[in-house]
Write a protein that binds this ligand. Structure first.
Ligand code: EAX
Length: 346
C-alpha cells in the first residue's frame, strides 16, 4: 500500500487497504447499495456506483454538471453504472478528496485545481493571473496537449484526470468597500485557495491573503478573520456568499478550471464497454457543464444585483499591469520560464 498522495502519510490502516482492494475487486466503483432516494444518488438499480464528492452547493454548476454526467452514464451503460453525488464538502475538502481518490477510498471527485500544485508543481501554471483572455482560449489550451500533459501527471499520485470542467473567472467580493483599482485593495484581508500563486498575486496587489478550505469561508467572513473572498459568480451565487458580502468586483483575475478525477486503478479495471460509456458520458457532460457555467454567470450576476450586491466593473488593463510582477520569477513557484511560455504562447 503506498504512502498516500502527500508522500509523508503513514501507511493507512489495513481497513483502508481492504476498502481499496474491495472496491477494485468489484471491477469498478463501490458495489451497489440501494440508493437512499436522495436526489443526488444515482438510479437504485445500477450495480456499479461511483461516489463523487465536491465542495460546492447542490444548486451550483459543479453538481449540475455531475447530475448531467450521472444521466448520461446510466444511459450509455444501459443502467449498469451511475454516480452518487456528495456536494457541500460532505466527503471532505478538496485536498482531502484528492488524497482519498488517489488511495481508492473514494472513487471520484470534481475539484478546483487549487490543491493540485502541492502534489504536481506544474499545475501551478494554471494559477497565474490573467493567463487566459477568455473562456474559449482556456478551453482550447486545457483540451489541447498542454492540458492533457497535466492530466497525465496525476498518474504519479494514482489519479486518472478525466478532464477540465469549468469553475470560471474568479471575482472578488468584500463587505466594506467598493474595490475598483488595485489601490483600493491595500490591506484588505482576502481568503484565497491554498495555493502559493494566488497568495503571491494578492500580496503583489497589496492585499493580505489568507489561505483556507472553502468549507471554512462563512465562519471566517462572519468572524471577520477575512474581509473578502474570490470565486466565480456561479460559486458566489449558489453558495449565497452575497448574504455576507455587499460588493463584487469583476476582476477576472484568475481563470479557475475544475477537474474530474477518478482512482486510476478503478478506471484501468473498466471493461472496454464500461470505459466507452464512462468516457463518452464524461466528455459530453464536460461540454454541457461549461455551457451551463457560462449561462449561470449572467443569471447569477442579475440575481446578486437583485439581492443588493454592488457589482463593480474594473479597468482590466490596470489590474493586468499591477500583477505582471508575478511572472517575473516563476521559478519560485516551481515553474520554469520555458514551461510557462508554452502556456502563454498563442
Ligand atoms: O471548487 O476553494 C475554492 O474557492 C473553490 O473555488 C471552490 O472550492 C470550488
Amino acid at each position: 500500500m503506498g504512502n498516500g498522495i502527500g508522500g509523508k502519510k503513514k501507511i493507512l490502516p489495513v481497513l483502508t487497504a481492504a476498502a481499496l482492494i474491495g472496491s477494485l475487486l468489484t471491477g469498478c466503483g463501490s458495489v451497489a447499495e440501494a440508493s437512499s432516494g436522495n436526489e443526488f444518488m444515482g438510479a437504485a438499480s445500477a450495480t456499479v456506483r461511483f461516489k463523487v464528492g465536491t465542495t460546492t452547493a447542490p444548486e451550483g454548476h459543479y453538481v449540475k454538471g455531475l447530475q448531467e454526467m450521472q444521466r448520461l452514464l446510466e444511459k450509455y451503460s444501459d443502467g449498469e453504472m451511475t454516480l452518487d453525488i456528495y456536494p457541500n464538502s460532505e466527503l471532505g475538502n478538496e485536498r482531502d478528496m484528492m488524497e482519498s481518490v488517489g488511495l481508492g477510498i473514494q472513487e471520484m471527485a470534481l475539484v478546483s485545481t487549487g490543491p493540485f500544485p502541492n502534489f504536481c508543481p506544474d499545475w501551478s501554471v494554471l494559477d497565474l493571473p490573467y493567463l487566459f483572455e477568455d473562456a474559449q482560449e482556456a478551453y482550447r489550451k486545457l483540451d489541447g496537449e498542454n492540458g492533457q500533459a497535466l492530466l497525465d501527471e496525476l498518474s504519479k499520485i494514482r489519479i486518472k484526470g478525466i478532464g477540465f470542467w469549468e469553475n470560471g473567472f474568479r471575482q472578488l467580493t468584500n463587505d466594506s468597500v467598493e474595490i475598483r483599482t488595485p489601490e483600493d485593495l491595500k490591506g484588505i484581508k482576502v481568503r484565497t485557495m491554498e495555493n502559493t500563486i494566488h497568495m503571491a498575486t494578492y500580496q503583489e496587489l497589496g492585499a493580505s491573503p489568507t489561505p483556507m478550505a472553502w468549507s471554512e469561508i462563512f465562519t471566517a467572513l462572519q468572524q471577520g478573520t477575512v474581509d473578502g473572498q474570490e470565486n466565480p459568480i456561479a460559486i458566489i451565487d449558489s453558495a449565497k456568499v452575497y448574504e455576507v458580502q455587499h460588493y463584487c468586483s469583476m476582476l477576472n483575475l484568475f481563470y479557475s478550471p475544475c477537474v474530474l478525477i477518478i482512482n486510476e486503478k478503478l478506471y484501468n479495471n473498466f471493461t472496454a464497454e464500461q470505459k466507452e460509456a464512462f468516457d463518452r458520458a464524461a466528455e459530453e457532460a464536460k461540454v454541457w457543464q461549461r455551457e451551463y457555467s457560462q449561462s449561470y454567470n449572467e443569471e447569477g450576476l442579475k440575481h446578486m444585483q437583485e439581492q443588493g450586491v454592488i457589482i463593480t466593473e474594473v479597468n482590466q488593463e490596470e489590474w493586468i499591469e499591477a500583477t505582471k510582477g508575478v511572472y517575473e520569477d516563476v521559478e519560485k513557484f516551481g515553474l520554469s520560464q520555458e514551461f510557462v511560455d508554452t502556456w502563454t504562447a498563442d
